[in-house]
Design a protein around this ligand. Structure first.
Ligand SMILES: Nc1ncnc2c1ncn2[C@@H]1O[C@H](COP(=O)(O)OP(=O)(O)OP(=O)(O)O)[C@@H](O)[C@H]1O
Ligand SMILES: [Mg+2]
Length: 265
């Protein structure tokens, strides 16, 4: 199972929106996809209509605590006619407390928990916090590759550059095995002339000892994207003929090509 983290060095850079929309699009391409909520803020959960108060739904922190069958606990999301499948492993604000248990090694690590889904799922997409915290550190340790989502902008460029350097240090010091799949530009204004400049900047950036690629496709700015989670659906399901849905559809195809290339190498 591919374990992909969507990350950056900053908050509000389209991580959750990208995770939530890529899931159904990969299922459309035949993949069995597990969305993993690992941000107690709960935006991925809101996008799929999972309420913090709903105690009947098993959360990732309960699985980390042990004693519950992981595979039987995940939420299946209906996507009629899709050749693949989509499931959700949500978290709740209690994930904050569970992280202390993890630090004391009383809980299973996310890395180990995800092994239960090998052979059952093809891709896990993990959504976490933007900051380098105990939570995002745990998510990154469980991932084998990372998509960096960022808006084209000066602050975002600096935040991502810092994050790349931090990851490189942690990889060296702690032996993290995480590789960059690429940088994704989100919320792009078609009138901006700066996109090309950012692409060129990153074309020269070395990440983890190799060139970091920028995805050919980018995600356009679309005001209605903010409202779709209120319907309990990401944009690709709420407004499948919109620009942003088309952009995520194209991104899923590009991602599959990259995953296939990385499997072959
Ligand atoms: N393509 C888009 N067009 C317009 N708005 C968007 C687009 N993508 C994301 N947004 C909005 O931008 C805001 C930030 O996006 P999102 O929550 O996905 O970022 P995040 O990186 O997960 O944030 P956080 O760090 O808080 O978890 C949200 O209100 C979201 O609805
Ligand atoms: Mg988020």
């Amino acid at each position: 199972m591919h374990r992909i983290l969507v990350w950056t060095g900053k908050g509000g850079t389209g991580k959750t929106t990208t995770t939530a929309n890529l899931g159904p699009e990969l299922a459309r391409l035949g993949y069995r996809v597990l969305l993993v909520g690992f941000d107690p803020q709960g935006d991925l959960e809101t996008t799929y209509g999972v309420d913090d108060e709903n105690r009947s739904i098993v959360r990732v922190e309960q699985l980390l605590a042990g004693g519950v069958d992981p595979v039987g606990s995940i939420q299946s999301i209906e996507l009629p006619g899709y050749p693949g499948s989509l499931s959700l492993l949500p978290c709740s604000p209690d994930l904050n407390g569970a992280i202390a248990g993890l630090a004391r090694r009383r809980f299973t690590d996310l890395d180990v928990l995800l092994e239960h889904f090998d052979g059952i799922m093809d891709v896990a997409l993990i959504d976490t916090q933007g900051a380098l915290s105990a939570i995002s550190h745990t998510a990154a340790r469980a991932a084998d590759s990372v998509i960096f989502s960022m808006e084209p902008g000066t602050y975002e460029y600096h935040a991502l550059s810092r994050r790349l350097a931090e990851i490189e240090d942690i990889k060296r010091d702690e032996g993290w095995a995480i590789d960059p799949l690429g940088i994704l530009f989100v919320r792009c204004d078609s009138r901006s002339r700066h996109m090309r400049e950012y692409r060129e900047h990153f074309a020269d950036v070395d990440a983890f000892g190799e060139d970091i690629a920028v995805f050919d496709g980018h995600i356009r700015q679309q005001t209605s994207v903010r409202e779709h989670p209120r319907m309990g659906k990401p944009t690709v399901l709420a407004a499948p003929s919109s620009n942003v849905a088309a952009d995520y559809r194209a991104l899923a195809e590009e991602l599959v090509a990259r995953m296939t290339a990385s499997d072959a190498s």
